[in-house]
Design a protein around this ligand. Sequence first.
Ligand SMILES: [Zn+2]
Length: 337
Amino acid sequence: MRLSRTAALLAGISTLLALPAALAAERVQVVTSFSILADMVENVGGEHVEVTALVGPDSDAHVYSPRPTDARDLAGADLVVFNGLQYEGWIERLIEASDVNGPLVVTTDGIEARLAAQANDDHNDHNDHNDHNDHDDGHDHGDIDPHAWQDLGMGELYVANILAGLIKADPDNSAAYEARAERYREEMAAVDSELRMLLAEIPPGTSVITGHDSFGHFARAYGLTFLSPQGLSTEAEPSAANMARLIDVIREENVQALFHENMTSPAMIDQLAEETNLTVAGTLYADALASDGEASTYLGMMRHNARTLHDALAEPGHEEDDHGDDEHGHDDHGHAH
Ligand SMILES: [Zn+2]
């Protein structure tokens, strides 16, 4: 009796000791192409996943050159998650060249249906603030903007696709994934309303300049007009003619400020600022998270961008009406609103 109890105890201890290693081994290994998707997967997967981003914070996934270890990471993955819509063209070649076993998640799957539905909505309710929709309609036959995460409504589609992938890779924990995804979507909806409130205080027709065309979905969802010297990708440098044309546009239109992007060189924007006498009003997180601070998560990054735009462009006077004591403006504990 005594002996067997000791044996049981010992067995118990060895189980305990073995537990962390066993848990680590059982975690679903997820490889994502870039940092924003890694944060989304961590939010849905929680303690059941271990996530690697091939392109890390503050780095540009448009122009990434895969390392030899990337193919190994992909081969060892239980799930591979990437954006699609030619955002990271290199990953499709990398997947083809690697021995990938896990299911693939393309987070923008279903986006065209979503965009078509939105376009219908836009025509149904007469929206007075979205001149840029007319502009977009002229580009229907062009490339699709891959930066869909910049609209939190599209972010929900990303989460749905990630959830389906995690359930496929690890069906035993599907209930946990569903619960976490639900909670995350609620958080996203709350941040979405926060963004709308902030950005509604920016006068209609305001234009700003960013390094490349990464805010088309943001503009569609939240207003503002974004112009940039580079196109939908950062692969090609803008020509001198493009820069000259943009400077003309800046002088003709109601352009209020320039913004750096966190993952591209500030040189182009600095040059435009010099030639137009406009100020650079901050840094927007376009295609990558920050390595630390508020913008190191997807939702924090969306909030940071909205606040940066708001602080630079909102009509003064709006805010002071109801809380005159709030001198800081940025209330990080302001979930009550
Ligand atoms: Zn981009």
